[in-house]
Design a protein around this ligand. Sequence first.
Ligand SMILES: *[C@@H]1O[C@H](CO)[C@@H](O)[C@H](O)[C@H]1NC(C)=O
Ligand SMILES: *[C@@H]1O[C@H](CO)[C@@H](O)[C@H](O)[C@H]1NC(C)=O
Length: 167
Amino acid sequence: MVKTMNFGNVMVLAMALAAVSMMLHTTEAAEYVVGDDLGWTVPPGGAASYASWAAKYSFVVDDILYFNFTEGEHTVALVTKEKYEICNTTDPLSKLDGPIALRFLDSDTYYFTCTFAGHCTGGQKVAVYIAPSANTPSPSPGVAPHPPAAASLPFTFVSKKLGFRKV
Ligand SMILES: *[C@@H]1O[C@H](CO)[C@@H](O)[C@H](O)[C@H]1NC(C)=O
Ligand SMILES: *[C@@H]1O[C@H](CO)[C@@H](O)[C@H](O)[C@H]1NC(C)=O
């Protein structure tokens, strides 16, 4: 069968695969604003606020979380579980000073907080469990599998090993 395939057939097959791949990705990846309307801040409701936000949703690999805040008022820091629990914001795994959209490459629990003094203890911290995606093969490690969902979202992906990466 391969022998009889001419160049045209190969092109059609490649285009069909690309189309299927695009359809799969657009139906799978979802975008969430961390905290919904509250955004990323010291929540008036304290530490339980982001826990209840995260509990409302089921995140899977490839989903995007948007941390929405005013640059200079907060940061987004990826930290270890140990540091998350005691609000140690020294030497986070990764940190960004402005709003960021993160696409998650690996299934894992990710711990985020803000490095401004008092913000973590004030409840600005969220643990997010990203479940494996049932429908797609895992992306190759270290490779951004798709372009950002929206051009307005300046940054993308995150994994435990790589931290934040600019695309
Ligand atoms: C981000 O926050 C600003 C200021 O609170 C708000 O106007 C905007 O709608 C928010 N964006 C999203 C996507 O939630
Ligand atoms: C906080 O983290 C820093 C950097 O990893 C470490 O040197 C320090 O001992 C930690 N502090 C506490 C109270 O655990």
